[in-house]
Design a protein around this ligand. Structure first.
Ligand code: CP
Length: 350
């Protein structure tokens, strides 16, 4: 029964892309010299880890994404006749729909699996066999699975590229690409080879790098631009936040890391605040670090931006939505364009 006391819409719909973000895309485009040949390396590649990207590829993908965001309905539809198998064996809003939106915008067709119980997995079919079938039915697979090793099992028999859309607690490389794209749209100067000391940024990550796939991949991408980052502060109420070797690898790549439990003390000096409160723990999702909450009353730096890659819980108050700190909606929207950029690389494969 419809509740007739609910207000009927009287306001025009908000524009999909506001002019401020169009200007941001133009700024990013102007800051990067085109070198799309560097993306040819991605043509035959499955994407499993953020480690597969170097700074040049990241930069050129962001450039192409900004181009798409400035004109989201490309005249050419290069994926016409190509089929994406969108296999999500775990719930998703942002990743599945932005991948599918990206593929549609490039002209391709999609077969979507949103529940493993509707596939042979329910009857005990192996990942290797499923991959054999998928190779015959589509051109690219995007896989989300809470089983961290599923993607590797599939790759043993898969004959088409596969993109990791989140594998257990391991990685989520394309989410981190979307995060980096957002940061570079905000400050294109961070892509310069030399960033003056006073222009380097401090990034706070509220989350657990050793247990959260989004954080793990983001840290690897951040370690591609250490010249732009004064410090990454991991905010967590545990001392044991890294997986074995993780911190050492990031520090070897040039990232300066510090761990603290005191968010309130850090917020006034952070330029980017990235908050992730959901962790996959084998049997399901659980909230992590529920004592950390951001709201309009948090002592945020005036120009700080907030990124939030997952479904919102109580950690992020809706009273921030109408503030200039809200870059999380731009982050979610930009995911379509960075994924269009990545998927464009597959066109060179066909
Ligand atoms: N970013 C992300 O993984 O969100 P979803 O779970 O909604 O896909």
């Amino acid at each position: 029964m419809v509740n007739r006391t609910q207000p009927l819409p009287t306001q025009p719909l908000k524009q999909l892309a506001d002019s401020a973000h169009t200007e941001r895309c133009t700024g990013l485009l102007e800051a990067i010299e085109e070198d799309s040949a560097t993306l040819l390396d991605l043509a035959n590649q499955s994407v499993v880890s953020a480690r597969q990207f170097d700074r040049n590829k990241l930069t050129q993908l962001c450039r192409l994404a900004a181009k798409y965001e400035n004109s989201p309905a490309p005249v050419q539809r290069p994926l016409t006749g190509k089929i994406l198998i969108s296999a999500f064996y775990e719930p998703s809003t942002r990743t599945r729909l932005s991948f599918e939106s990206a593929w549609h915008r490039l002209g391709g067709d999609i077969m979507s699996i949103t529940d493993p119980a509707t596939t042979g997995i329910a009857k005990g079919e192996s990942y290797r066999d499923i991959a054999e079938m998928l190779s015959g039915y589509g051109d690219v697979v995007v896989l989300r699975d809470s089983n961290g090793t599923a993607i590797y099992e599939m790759m043993k028999s898969l004959r088409i590229p596969i993109i990791n859309a989140g594998n257990g607690t391991d990685e989520h490389p394309t989410q981190a690409l979307a995060d980096m794209y957002t940061i570079f749209k905000w400050r294109p100067a961070l892509l310069q080879t030399r960033v003056a000391e006073q222009d380097r940024i401090r990034i706070g990550i509220i989350g657990v790098p050793g247990e959260m796939r989004t954080v793990r991949s983001l840290l690897l991408f951040l370690s591609l631009v250490p010249q732009a980052i004064e410090e990454v502060v991991v905010i967590c109420n545990s001392d044991d936040v890294f997986s074995p070797g993780q911190r050492e690898e990031l520090e070897e790549r040039g990232l300066r890391l510090r761990v603290t439990a005191d968010m309130e003390a850090e917020l006034p000096s952070l330029d980017v605040v990235y908050i992730n409160a959901i962790v996959w723990s084998g049997g399901g999702y659980q909230e992590h670090g529920s004592e950390y909450r951001l709201s309009k009353d948090s002592p945020l730096k005036k120009d700080a931006i907030i990124l939030h890659p997952l479904a919102r819980g109580e950690e992020l108050s809706t009273d921030l939505d109408e503030t200039t700190h809200n870059w999380y909606f731009a982050q979610a929207r930009g995911a379509v364009f960075i994924r269009m950029a990545l998927l464009t690389c597959y066109v060179w494969l066909f």
